[in-house]
Design a protein around this ligand. Structure first.
Ligand SMILES: Nc1nc2c(c(=O)[nH]1)N=C([C@H](O)[C@@H](O)CO)CN2
Length: 118
């Protein structure tokens, strides 16, 4: 199994349980690892044979930028499902952090793995 990854993708969104968080957009930071087989793309050098990290990044920007989740857990589950379904990815590891949420902490959030490595 190979991995195509995106690291520290930063997206402005509404997320959180507190009143101020329902009004002020804040940044979420995303690390995403996606299982794939890179050999066909490596041989053809055709982006259509690759799991296109630009296309995934653009899709996540549109999805997360338009959402208003309360919990980072809900966001993580929906992002994992979207990536697996729309980009035919069998396994993902996803970290979503809220770096501005806790002033005494550098970052807080969740890490999930979904699907099966092949
Ligand atoms: N496990 C979680 N804990 C907390 C979350 C969350 O989404 N998942 N959210 C908050 C608040 O929104 C926080 O980010 C504001 O500082 C608290 N705990």
């Amino acid at each position: 199994m190979d991995i195509v990854y995106i690291r520290d993708l930063r997206i402005d969104t509404i997320i959180g349980i507190f009143d101020w968080e329902r009004e002020v957009r804040q940044v979420v930071s995303i690390d995403l690892e996606m299982a794939t087989d890179i050999r066909r793309a490596a041989a053809s050098e055709d982006i259509r044979d690759a799991l296109d990290y630009k296309a995934v990044s653009d899709r996540l920007q549109a999805f997360i930028g338009g959402c208003q989740f309360l919990l980072v857990e809900t966001m993580a589950e929906q992002v994992a499902a979207l990536v697996m379904e729309e980009f035919e990815v069998p396994w993902v590891r996803l970290r979503i952090g809220k770096p501005a949420a806790i002033s005494q902490a550098e970052d807080v959030g969740v890490v999930i793995e979904r699907g099966a490595r092949s």
